[in-house]
Design a protein around this ligand. Structure first.
Ligand SMILES: [Zn+2]
Length: 271
């Protein structure tokens, strides 16, 4: 068994040119930084849809604005491993927030992928870097969404990465495990958004990659590390995040999930 390529969720853009392990960064955070530097690590980009739809009940950032921003980040920080499209999450409270239906979220998710796939090359970003996300809540809905891509001429199994949406705020890892297995069986190289540690242990071997910001939520509830005298807690602390990551990867390996990542595991230089 192999465990997924793990991208540590980061709030701070400057970690991109501080660490040497893979980071998962959000458009919402990078957009606030006028100028980025060339990254010292692998990285993937989240479109920030959860926050944007939670705040506004819809996407306010247009595909053109997103493509333009992605082009700037790529130009300044270097290419991303993958870039999430502007998908529509299908958690019941998100569907309630927009007043739409799961079906409508799925149509819009696929339509946005098709639009960005046309747009990005015009901004100098290869279409293959763009990652579609399969959205749904129950298993049949995910399969329906995969079928929507297929009927739109998108061969998900031929793509380097396919996002698995609406999994990060669920308690039941067993249910997600069934969904992961069904999609992995169809040959999809999945990225699990915000997968819980328990989920990584359970079905991580069926994911190609995953990201997590769980370290920050954990740190928020704890006193700062002994050496950390400048902050009240370590929710934004690179030292805490690096240690959390190292422990996670060690626990996955201890459970028999091998990783090629270990050969290139570095401790981040704390800022
Ligand atoms: Zn700290």
């Amino acid at each position: 068994m192999s465990h997924p390529l793990f991208y540590l969720g980061a709030h701070q853009p400057h970690w991109l040119w501080t660490v040497e392990f893979p980071l998962f960064v959000s458009h919402r955070q990078l957009a606030r930084k006028a100028r980025l530097r060339l990254a010292t690590c692998r990285k993937a980009l989240d479109s920030g849809g959860f926050t944007e739809i939670s705040l506004n009940g819809r996407w306010v950032t247009t595909p053109e604005q997103y493509a333009d921003a992605v082009a700037r980040y790529t130009d300044q920080a270097g290419a991303f491993d993958f870039i999430a499209a502007q998908d529509w999450m299908c958690e019941p409270f998100m569907v309630e927030r927009t007043g739409l239906s799961v079906r409508e979220h799925q149509y819009r998710t696929v339509a946005n992928y098709l639009e960005l796939r046309e747009l990005l090359p015009r901004y100098g970003v290869p279409a293959r870097t763009l990652m579609p996300t399969v959205q749904g809540w129950a298993l049949p809905e995910y399969l329906y969404c995969a079928e929507l891509y297929r009927s739109s001429g998108v061969d998900l199994a031929a793509l380097p990465r396919v996002g698995l949406g609406s999994v990060c705020r669920r308690q039941s890892t067993a249910e997600i495990g069934h969904i992961v297995a069904a999609l992995a069986d169809r040959g999809l190289r999945l990225h699990g958004f915000g997968v819980k540690t328990g989920g990584l242990h359970r079905y991580g071997h069926q994911l190609a990659s995953a990201d997590s910001m769980a370290w920050s939520y954990t740190a928020r509830r704890l006193p700062p590390l002994p050496g950390c005298t400048t902050h009240r807690n370590c929710a934004n602390c690179l030292i805490f995040a690096t240690r959390w990551r190292n422990r996670l990867l060690a626990s996955l390996t201890a459970r028999g999930q091998q990783t090629e990542l270990f050969a290139s595991t570095h401790t981040g230089r704390a800022a």
